[in-house]
Ligand binder design. Structure first.
Ligand code: HEC
Length: 160
């Protein structure tokens, strides 16, 4: 049987589409895992209009920051983002031994990687986590954290 040229072209096109989608998903996968939230401590709340963010991390990271030590590998920081009182998404940062080596120098944020999870804990594959890194890189002198500087004042009640 002879296969018309346009059919071959079509098959080629759909393969290209599959590859493109595959690449996008791959580009967004990072090493970040969804944390065990009940092991984390809510240390600060950020409110902005209809947005309320509960920011949390491990007791070990809180102690390390109070002691002016580096945050240990294996640490999660989570920003639980609520809109109009309802859970909207989770922003997660996780530090792992040597994880920075996954990225070139310009993108690298120490050994931290980033991920966006929906309320059902699936990953938002439409987001490129390079954007997270780009903004958080301004905090390179503070473990890439924006609210880490609040932790020394934290004594059990989330800082507003
Ligand atoms: C345009 C800048 C910007 C971008 C992009 C951004 N962040 Fe942030 N992030 C912030 C700021 C500022 C805070 C402090 C809380 C606040 O003011 O809302 C923060 C806080 C956080 C925190 C709590 C720990 C900390 O740094 O205080 C996590 C976790 C976090 N972001 C993860 C992410 C993830 C994941 C992404 C990408 C999906 C992302 N961020 C994209 C600016 C940014």
């Amino acid at each position: 049987m002879k296969i018309p040229a346009f059919q071959i072209a079509l098959a080629g096109l759909s393969m290209a589409a599959v590859l493109a989608v595959g690449w996008q998903v791959h580009a967004e996968a990072t090493r970040v895992t969804f944390p065990q939230l009940d092991k984390l401590v809510h240390y600060t709340t950020v409110r902005r209009g209809n947005v309320m963010e509960h920011i949390m991390t491990t007791p070990e990271a809180i102690q390390a920051i109070k002691d002016r030590q580096p945050v240990p590998a294996g640490t999660h920081f989570v920003l639980v983002d609520h809109r109009d009182g309802k859970l909207f998404r989770y922003f997660v940062m996780e530090k792992g031994q040597g994880w920075g080596a996954d990225y070139d120098e310009r993108r690298r944020t120490g050994d931290w990687q980033f991920q966006w999870f929906w309320p059902d804990k699936t990953i938002n594959n439409a987001e490129n986590t390079a954007r997270c890194q780009s903004c958080h890189s301004s905090q390179s002198g503070a473990e890439y954290l924006f609210t880490g500087s609040r932790i020394p004042r934290f004594n059990g009640t989330p800082i507003e």
